[in-house]
Design a protein around this ligand. Structure first.
Ligand SMILES: NC(=O)c1ccc[n+]([C@@H]2O[C@H](COP(=O)([O-])OP(=O)(O)OC[C@H]3O[C@@H](n4cnc5c(N)ncnc54)[C@H](OP(=O)(O)O)[C@@H]3O)[C@@H](O)[C@H]2O)c1
Length: 333
């Protein structure tokens, strides 16, 4: 008889794609030479979209959900990492084409596996997860484009969310003056504790002028839509926006004027398959700049059994910070 493991699967139903708790045979985990015992995963906006059927994230069914995972090596395969090394898998095609992190075990190709810097536990690695790796990539891209703490203030949109709060913490730790833009006044104290110099309400994006006062030397945008359009109008000459979110919409309506009159840069960020060199830089930046206290302050625990509710909340009422999901029964590292 085959061994089965607990999983949260995305399935097609008459009402659209939904998530369900189930057990799957260990041999059905999928392709890959590295076997990982998953200890934690997390709840990302994309996971909420996938499990509520709001966006076509999964491309085949049934498929284990969870776009990232942290755990320990069981079978190292080509990774050659010693057994029990704490590792993370973020992005790749987890929960799109490949079974994801909401399962006691994960089998993936060695190229997808990152040894987590010793500074972090597997719970902290999951708290970083997709949101944190993407935010760190955004910071790398802004700095590669020439943005420095001396350049001027940096705006972070969707600041109370997972990626936003981690962007605030990272940028503040690197000496930037951060303005956190949030729709949740109750998150102000947390955002200030993370290092935000200013906390402001979500911007009024209704302006129709192609250029408004050029305020920001840089911006990390987790929202997209009208918010990203507003950023293009309010970034200072030569400034840069690192954009990776669509919580506020997919459509971008702006003009060429900020680009041709102010020379601003719009930098796209995707976590899916970063070049190995970028991935290394990102984890180095996280290890050197992200305080463990900040990480612990924004991370709350969600029981595996309560995933349905957590996944619905992130795309409806919204959440503050990062939600980590304990996977598997034994004491975690
Ligand atoms: N491209 C990639 O590779 C990649 C990787 C990771 C994440 N993402 C995207 O990045 C975004 C953030 O992900 P996350 O996991 O951090 O999500 P999250 O925790 O839900 O954060 C999103 C935040 O956006 C703000 N927001 C939500 N709806 C909004 C609206 N209609 N208008 C304006 N602001 C709104 C809220 O913050 P406030 O209440 O503070 O305003 C919310 O907390 C998502 O769109 C996700 O899909 C993309």
């Amino acid at each position: 008889m085959s061994t089965t493991v607990a999983a949260y699967q995305l399935v097609e139903t008459d009402e659209g794609v939904r998530g369900r708790h189930t057990r799957i045979p260990l041999e059905d985990l999928g392709e890959g030479d590295v076997l990982i015992r998953v200890t934690y995963s997390s709840v990302n906006y994309k996971d909420g979209l996938a499990a509520t059927g709001r966006a076509p994230i999964a491309r085949r069914f049934p498929l284990v959900g969870g776009c990232c995972a942290a755990g320990t090596v069981v079978e190292p395969g080509e990774s050659r990492l010693p057994a029990d090394t704490v590792v993370a898998v973020v992005g790749a095609t987890l929960s799109e084409q490949h079974n994801g992190g909401y399962c006691e075990y994960l089998r993936v190709p060695a190229a997808w596996v990152v040894a987590v810097p010793e500074a972090f536990t597997s719970r902290q690695a999951a708290a970083i997860g997709t949101a944190g790796v993407t935010s760190a990539m955004a910071v790398v891209k802004l700095e590669d484009a020439g943005v420095t703490p001396e350049s001027g203030p940096i705006a972070v949109t969707g600041a109370s969310g997972g990626a936003g709060s981690l962007a605030v913490a990272l940028l503040a730790a690197r000496g930037y003056e951060v303005t956190a833009l949030t729709g949740k006044p109750e998150a102000e104290d947390l955002l200030r504790d993370l290092g935000a110099a200013n906390v402001a309400p979500r911007p009024d994006t209704s302006g129709t002028r192609p250029l408004e006062r050029g305020t920001w030397a840089g911006a990390v945008d987790t929202v997209g839509g009208d918010t990203l359009a507003w950023l293009t109008r309010t970034v200072a000459p030569g400034g840069s926006i690192a954009a990776f979110g669509n919580a506020g919409g997919n459509r971008l309506t702006t003009t060429v004027l900020p680009f041709i009159l102010r020379g601003i840069n719009l930098l796209g960020v995707t976590v899916t398959f970063p070049a190995a060199e970028l991935r290394e830089r990102v984890w180095e930046l996280l290890a050197s700049s992200l305080s463990r206290e900040a990480l612990d302050a924004i991370a709350t625990d969600v029981d595996f059994e309560d995933l349905d509710d957590a996944l619905r909340r992130i795309v409806t009422t919204g959440v503050v910070g990062r939600q980590v999901v304990r996977i598997g029964g034994e004491a975690a590292v």
